[in-house]
Design a protein around this ligand. Structure first.
Ligand code: ATP
Length: 307
């Protein structure tokens, strides 16, 4: 498998403050990788290290087979980067700004810029200083995507975007993957990442706490299930089944949560007459919060090996 980003025990300390601790991670060509974590977890630190905007205290990073420090110019030409704090001069129009930024990477056609701006509903004639935060973010997105880079590194790309534009952005990410581009995007919102990402890494306090495919995370996530029977059933018959948590009954209805396979629950339910069944989508957000809570309770969540 072709590795586009290769991190080996990458570490960054800011004086005595820890930014990132021993991150080892491979990102494969053509995947969308969602890098999730709460505020201050180390997402931006990682991204800045990838592009040599800051230097590691220890460990190494290789991006597109290049050393981010020694090959910075070559690397930046091949990457589309959206910084978390995208800032451009306020007196420029969005169009002038985009022409300048894309010219640094060899330039793109005006038609390409117009098409991307149109998709995101961005007025290229508007001065940057007159734009809202969300509209400025669109400028950042256009400049990252414009030259169809083989690798997109996007730091909190949906920050400030309204829900409709968020949808458009997520479609752009899916299209980029279909075109063979690799996307590394950070976020603190699981629901948006799970819709586009192949794999997700969750980082907390500078450490990677889980790394897995979205499909596998979904398999292990908790889903709420409601089963209705033709007559009341005892909750005890379900409470101790593998994967079943918080089983309770209300009249003829059983409510519970299921972690992983619902097989044991279904087999137990089949001993009765089932009149209705509701199984909600597994809630990855809930899974994400267990890692957040892990931080608050001061214990480590288990690291699932990547695949
Ligand atoms: N220049 C700096 N000097 C000192 N400490 C820093 C610096 N940059 C980041 N840090 C610290 O490093 C840790 C990781 O910060 P980082 O910005 O990488 O987190 P993040 O996951 O991107 O958070 P957010 O979602 O808030 O942007 C934080 O504790 C932060 O305070």
């Amino acid at each position: 498998m072709d590795t586009v980003i290769e991190l080996d025990r990458l570490t960054k300390n800011y004086g005595r403050r820890r930014g990132l601790s021993g991150l080892t991670l491979d990102i494969h060509r053509g995947e969308v990788f969602g890098f999730l974590g709460p505020n201050g977890a180390g997402k931006s630190t990682t991204i800045r290290l990838l592009l040599d905007l800051i230097r590691p205290t220890e460990g190494t990073a290789r991006v597109l087979g290049l050393d981010p420090h020694a090959d910075a110019v070559r690397l930046h030409r091949r990457v589309g980067y959206l910084p978390g704090d995208f800032v451009v001069p306020g007196r420029w129009t969005a169009g002038e700004c985009l022409e300048y930024l894309t010219s640094l990477r060899g330039g793109v056609s005006r038609a390409r810029l117009t098409a991307l701006a149109g998709r995101l509903d961005l007025d290229l004639g508007a001065r940057i200083r007159s734009l809202s935060k969300g509209n400025r973010q669109k400028v950042g997105i256009v400049q990252a995507f414009a030259h169809e880079p083989e690798l997109l590194i996007l730091d909190e790309p949906t920050s400030g975007l309204d829900p409709l534009v968020q949808q458009t952005f997520l479609r752009m990410v899916t299209e980029a993957r279909a075109a063979g581009q690799t996307v590394f995007m950070s976020s603190h919102i699981m629901s948006e990442v799970e819709r586009v990402a192949d794999r997700v890494g969750i980082i907390r306090e500078g450490r990677l706490v889980t790394l897995d495919t979205v499909a596998a995370l979904r398999e292990h996530a908790v889903r709420r299930v409601r089963l209705t029977f033709d007559r009341p059933v005892p909750a005890e018959g379900f409470a101790h089944l593998p994967g079943v948590v918080d089983a309770s009954t209300q009249g003829t209805t059983l409510h519970c949560r299921v972690e992983g396979s619902p097989d044991a629950l279904l087999k137990a339910a089949a001993r009765h007459t089932v009149t209705d069944l509701l199984s909600e989508e597994p809630d990855l957000e809930e899974l994400f919060f267990t890692y957040y809570e892990g931080a608050e309770n001061g214990h480590e969540a288990g690291l699932t090996p990547g695949r």
